[in-house]
Design a protein around this ligand. Structure first.
Ligand code: TYC
Length: 112
């Protein structure tokens, strides 16, 4: 590795060029919860299938999450950086629409 590409914040390399590198951004991105809402019509197995395919949970864990949403009215199904949370929520809502189920998810900022 040459000194131009080293992690020094200010180094003089072989060419005599002064390289000023940005400080690495160490801040974590703001995180968002993907929240699933209960309804009276979406089949339980469809919700379980959504949780398996979009979040990668196994059948048992997906069933636990689905039943918690079913009994409590809503529930968190994952926590991600904003763009990922938006993509997953959008994917749930589009899959539900395409199967003509009223299932809805939304995202919520996590205040730390
Ligand atoms: N309440 C639905 C039923 O009895 C199942 C369900 C669970 C729907 C979770 C949505 O987010 C949901 N078929």
């Amino acid at each position: 590795m040459t000194s131009e590409s080293s992690s020094d914040s200010n180094s003089i390399g072989d060419t005599g060029t002064v390289v000023l590198e940005d400080k690495p951004d160490l801040k974590e991105p703001p995180m968002y919860q993907v929240v699933l809402l209960n309804d009276d019509f979406t089949p339980m197995e469809f919700v379980v299938y959504i949780l398996q395919s979009i979040f990668g949970y196994d059948h048992e864990r997906s069933t636990q999450i689905m039943l918690a949403v079913h009994t409590k009215g809503k529930g968190v199904c994952g926590i991600f950086p904003k763009e990922i949370a938006e993509m997953k929520s959008h994917e749930i809502n589009e899959m539900a629409k395409s199967h003509e189920h009223p299932l809805i998810s939304e995202i919520e900022p996590l205040t730390d």
